[in-house]
Design a protein around this ligand. Structure first.
Ligand SMILES: Nc1ncnc2c1ncn2[C@@H]1O[C@H](COP(=O)(O)OP(=O)(O)OP(=O)(O)O)[C@@H](O)[C@H]1O
Ligand SMILES: [Mg+2]
Length: 290
């Protein structure tokens, strides 16, 4: 869909013209945030995240992509392998902002006003604004948190990264979370309108998934579950019936997926059965957050 703008033409007449800029589907609404989470690492969060970003951006939505896996950020590796952020001319490196917390959240008696929480200068937030990947005809904002090696306090760096991304206009903000159930993950959950929980179909994966579901439900955030590489179909079925209507889909094992990472492309950009499946997963997530 194109949107119209009024411009003056030479004769002084006013004429409606098509403006080919990015669509503004959600102009009248607040941008929505979706986080991709998993209790265990390496189960396909970034794979699903990159596919969702590419899917939504191709539809013309304004996207802010956030890498909140600050101990091992790699979202940008899927987009032209931008790893040396600070060596490129158009990258801005922001110092971490102060993060504001409602004082009632930090359990002291007060009226609920916002207090700045001092962040130690432990890491930086890297921002690539209106970045156009070589394979795409759209631009996105890429925000990546990166804690300095060997330092603690990744939760605060995640808060700072998400806070930095608040400054950008977007229809959808997609956050790639760290694995686990700790404070960095909780920070992603409480900043989200919807979360996607990715799990492997193993008994251990199922146990960890239940723990993560408990946290998400406690925070009242709607969620969907994706199982990846269903090695144990029986457990996959158990997960499916446990999560009921929150079940999104399963992603089959497909060797094209690591190949896409090698080429720094979203896996949906390569012909394979999983690319169709990944687009179906993105479509389902989109139907929940639109
Ligand atoms: N369905 C699949 N078939 C084959 N390989 C896959 C599949 N899903 C993911 N992979 C591969 O598994 C590895 C881990 O995937 P990915 O990076 O998406 O996981 P992650 O949950 O983001 O990991 P981390 O917790 O380290 O951030 C990657 O090499 C990816 O290409
Ligand atoms: Mg990842």
């Amino acid at each position: 869909m194109l949107f119209m703008t009024r411009v003056k033409v030479n004769s002084g007449m006013v004429k409606d013209v098509e403006k080919s800029a990015t669509k503004k589907y959600r102009d009248d609404k607040e941008g929505k945030t979706v986080s991709i989470l998993s209790s265990k690492g390496g189960v396909g969060k970034t794979t699903i995240c990159v596919s969702l970003i590419d899917f939504l951006a191709q539809k013309g939505f304004r996207i802010t992509a956030v890498d909140a896996d600050v101990n091992a950020p790699n979202l940008a590796k899927w987009f032209d392998n931008i790893s040396d952020w600070d060596k490129e001319g158009d990258i801005k490196i922001f110092p971490l902002p102060n993060v504001y917390k409602k004082c009632r959240d930090i359990k002291i008696l007060c009226d609920g006003t916002e207090l700045p929480v001092e962040l130690e200068k432990r890491g930086d937030v890297y921002v690539k604004e209106k970045y156009t990947p070589s394979f795409a005809n759209y631009s996105i904002n890429l925000i990546s948190g990166d804690i300095m090696k060997g330092k603690t306090g990744s939760g605060k760096v995640v808060e700072g990264t998400i806070k930095t991304s608040d400054d950008f206009d977007y229809d959808f903000r997609v956050i790639d979370s760290a694995p686990g159930t700790g404070y960095p993950v909780l920070t992603c959950i409480i900043n989200s309108d919807y979360v996607v929980l990715v799990t492997e179909a193993t008994s251990l994966g199922f146990k960890d998934l239940k723990k993560l579901i408990g946290i998400v439900e406690k925070k009242g955030v709607p969620y969907g579950v994706v199982t990846n590489m269903d090695t144990d179909p029986e457990i996959a079925n158990q997960i499916r019936s446990y999560v009921g209507e929150n079940y999104v889909s399963s992603l089959p094992y497909d060797e094209t997926i690591p190949l896409a990472l090698k080429k720094s492309l979203p896996p949906t950009r390569l012909e394979s059965p999983s690319s169709k499946k990944l687009n179906e997963i993105s479509e389902k997530i989109f139907s929940k957050i639109r």
